[in-house]
Design a binder for this molecule. Structure first.
Ligand SMILES: Nc1nc2c(c(=O)[nH]1)N[C@H]1C(S)=C(S)[C@@H](COP(=O)(O)O)O[C@H]1N2
Ligand SMILES: [Mo]
Length: 402
């Protein structure tokens, strides 16, 4: 874990600018190789800058998914295997010395901060899961439109930077502020498309854990994960974790922009659950993540040799509360045994789990269920909504012993 000045991260990046630009300019056709990922028969790629083998969902703008085997081996998802999601094209060459973060709107003193200015503020670090609101979308039945992620549109990292609250205090938030809007360097190809901007309610923006981060797992953010700055909103879906952050605007009226008022809305109930085909009803912006446990050691549909006890291993997270328990079932949920929990890296982080089930030869369905410190448990049946957000139910793993 690197704990000294921000320049340590920034200077080495300067020498890598050309490399990043040329690698991202590579033709899309060259980006697919014939490897197959461990969580489905999906093509993988190794050709994105600062990234190792990733499941390729889309080349441009990139959607890259992390294979389950990576989660099986690490508490902290390595930067070069961390998933990637962009809505719009983004700059492939960024000069950190020239980057400025503007703070404007309903403030007494608008600011334009360099990375050096930010580095002079008190530094904080938080371990937190970054999960796309559509993680697991490709697993919904009936199927829904959108990126067909399995469960690899998530990752856990140690994020390091400064508190958003601290920067807002420098700018002086005026009375009557209701929200804070964030924008990055990416831009839509067509001018009529709405810029990707997200906002947080003012009370959440002022909480201690929301960071403006420049480092991830002790290194500068990879370009694809938002170099040189990104917002980190622990416990909330990553749509709010705006990358290549260059604009913060304090709002005195609600954000009516497309990405808040029209997109990333879920049915207005905690599970974001609606019957397929039913009218959508009231909708609210996605926000807090639900607890989840994901089995990482056994791929769905696997065939395993008989053993007295079959090991089952995975990662869990609790949303905005820590993981309290993970339970395992080998009989479709009739009986449960507790899994052993791995190291606790804080309430927002992955908690790995490990257990064993006595499974005789034959076909089985293994379940892993997380419960968080607030007592919220995963339902055994899946919730559903037309956007495929907020997947919260237990994901059954089918396997055959023998
Ligand atoms: N500037 C910018 N920030 C963004 C996005 C984007 O398209 N542009 N996508 C958001 C969404 S929907 C997700 S899932 C996360 C993905 O973060 P990652 O690419 O670092 O994994 O970035 C978020 N921040
Ligand atoms: Mo997302």
């Amino acid at each position: 874990m690197v704990r000294d000045g921000a320049q340590r991260y920034i200077i080495p990046m300067l020498t890598r600018r050309a490399l990043i630009a040329s690698a991202l300019a590579a033709p899309a056709a060259a980006q697919v190789d014939l490897g197959f990922a461990d969580n489905g028969l999906r093509p993988t790629t190794r050709t994105f800058p600062q990234k190792g083998e990733m499941i390729l969902q889309r080349s441009s703008p990139p959607l890259l998914e992390t294979p389950l085997s990576v989660f099986d081996a690490h508490d902290f998802t390595p930067n070069d295997r961390f998933f990637v999601r962009w809505h719009y094209p983004f700059p492939t060459s960024i000069d950190p010395a020239r980057h400025r973060l503007r703070v404007t709107g309903h403030v007494t003193k608008p600011l334009s901060l360099s990375l050096g200015d930010l580095a002079r503020l008190p530094r904080v670090a938080v371990a937190a899961v970054n999960q796309c609101a559509g993680n697991g979308r490709g697993l919904f039945t009936p199927r829904v439109a959108g990126a067909q992620w399995a469960n690899g549109a998530m990752g856990n990292a140690l994020w390091e930077g400064v508190r958003l609250r601290q920067v807002l205090a420098l700018a002086g938030v005026k009375a009557g502020a209701v929200a804070v809007r964030f924008g990055g360097l990416d831009a839509p190809l067509v001018e009529t498309a709405p810029d990707f901007e997200k906002s947080l309610p003012i009370d959440h923006a002022l909480t201690d854990d929301v960071l403006i981060a420049w480092a991830m797992n002790g290194e500068a953010l990879p370009l694809l994960n938002g170099f040189p700055l990104r917002l980190v909103v622990p416990g909330w879906y990553s749509t709010y974790w705006v990358k290549m952050l260059d604009a913060i605007e304090v709002l005195a009226t609600p954000d009516e922009g497309y990405w808040m008022a029209k997109a990333y809305l879920q049915p207005a109930n905690p599970l974001a659950d609606v019957a397929p085909g039913a009218p959508p009803g009231a909708r609210v912006p996605v926000s807090v993540m639900r607890p989840r446990a994901i089995v990482t050691s056994i791929a769905d549909g696997a065939k395993l040799p008989p053993r007295a006890f079959t090991p089952v291993q995975g990662v869990a997270f609790g949303g905005d509360h820590g993981v309290k328990t993970v339970e395992l079932s080998g009989d479709g949920g009739r009986s449960w045994v507790p899994a052993q929990l791995g190291p606790d890296h804080g309430r927002y982080a992955f908690r790995r789990f490990r257990g064993a089930l006595a499974l005789p030869p034959g076909k089985h369905v293994v379940l892993a269920r997380a419960t968080n410190a607030a007592g919220v448990s995963q339902p055994l049946s899946q919730n559903w909504n037309p956007s495929g957000y907020n997947r919260a139910g237990v994901d059954p793993v089918r396997l055959e012993i023998g």
